[in-house]
Design a protein around this ligand. Structure first.
Ligand code: SF4
Length: 334
């Protein structure tokens, strides 16, 4: 069960005495956030607004909504990062899952097929960071060596985001395989794609583990196919995401310049939610590059090719008749 660090929320409210607050976080946490919002209103007698828009990561803060509401503080829930605040108004609040990994880690360790991977990199997402050390202990008791990569930027030790993998990428020459703690294909395939090492997802809810490299290869093929389709495009729409932490106008203008020099016609577009439905409104565009969240292009299905930043870099190389190289084998996909 996921629990929000309400103690910290209440401490901050006690100290800063806001006249109103807003809460945002991933949709899966909305019911918990509703409970927390109700407690705030009852305990402190101030309005607590739940922002019901999507919030995919610590890059997707939505201070604009908090400003519109006149909220003095915005609690961003469930995107544990190494910083406690983003600016004075935004407070990062942890949400931890208390599910236990002991059974699934034991199961992995006892599987004879896994014994060939002797040195394991242990990685997880925000909700399971507290499980890194207990899981490491179990694996070491079974004779495995383990490495937890150092955090960098917003990432804690052993933590990855959907587009940022420093603690996994930087230890790839020191490990035989990765184990990802959590039921998240989203995170585990990206570790496999950015390192191309054997990667196992350990699911504590079903107490099952699975290797995800085949799934990663399928996704990678899809990303390559989109690049080749975009190569044929006459007109390319370059989309600037309007979410605060994903805003990248300079990069969009850089792509515009490079692609125009390569003979492409460019349309600049600004969008908050980049979806198939929104893109259908545009006419005469053969392919898109979006410089917001890379996972929008990599994970979703679009009728026309939609490329993320590393795919767009690869497209430029292809248009120059250069090899596209391992364009996803990076620490960071932005
Ligand atoms: S840009 Fe996308 S993948 Fe990266 S942290 Fe934000 S929501 Fe997650």
């Amino acid at each position: 069960m996921i629990s929000i660090d309400e103690v910290r929320i209440f401490e901050v409210i006690e100290k800063r005495k806001p006249l109103s607050v807003a809460l945002n976080g991933p949709e899966a946490l909305f019911p918990k956030m509703q409970e927390t919002g109700n407690k705030i209103m009852k305990l402190f007698d101030i309005p607590a607004y739940i922002i019901g828009d999507t919030c995919w990561g610590s890059c997707d803060i939505n201070t604009h909504a908090a400003d519109m509401l006149g909220a003095d503080l915005l609690f961003n829930i469930g995107h544990t990062i190494s910083m406690e605040t983003i600016d004075k108004k935004v407070i990062m609040i942890n949400a931890y899952d208390d599910v236990n990994f002991d059974i699934v880690v034991e199961k992995y360790a006892n599987d004879r097929a896994n014994q060939k991977y002797k040195i394991l990199g242990i990685i997880t997402d925000s909700q399971h960071l507290h499980q890194l050390q207990p899981s490491r202990k179990i694996l070491e008791n079974h004779g495995f060596k383990t490495v937890i990569g150092d955090g960098k930027g917003q990432l804690n030790d052993g933590q990855v985001f959907g587009c940022e993998f420093y603690p996994a990428y930087d230890i790839q020459n020191r490990v035989d395989a990765y184990i990802f703690l959590g039921q998240s294909m989203f995170h585990s395939v990206s570790i496999a794609m950015s390192t191309e090492k054997p990667t196992f997802m350990l699911d504590p809810y079903f107490n099952e583990f699975q290797q995800v490299n085949d799934k990663a290869r399928v996704m990678e093929k899809k990303t390559i196919l989109s690049i080749y389709k975009a190569q044929e495009a006459t007109k390319i729409g370059i989309i600037i995401g309007l979410k605060e932490g994903q805003f990248s106008k300079i990069k969009a203008l850089k792509f515009k310049k490079s692609l125009e020099l390569l003979g492409k016609d460019i349309q600049l577009i600004a969008l908050t939610e980049i979806t198939e439905e929104r893109l259908r409104n545009f006419k005469g565009i053969d392919a898109y590059i979006q410089v917001a969240c890379p996972r929008i292009a990599i994970d979703n299905h679009f009728t026309k090719p939609v490329l993320s930043v590393p795919q767009a870099e690869a497209l430029i190389k292809v248009l120059k008749n250069e090899p596209m190289d391992d364009f996803l084998k990076l620490r960071h996909w932005l």
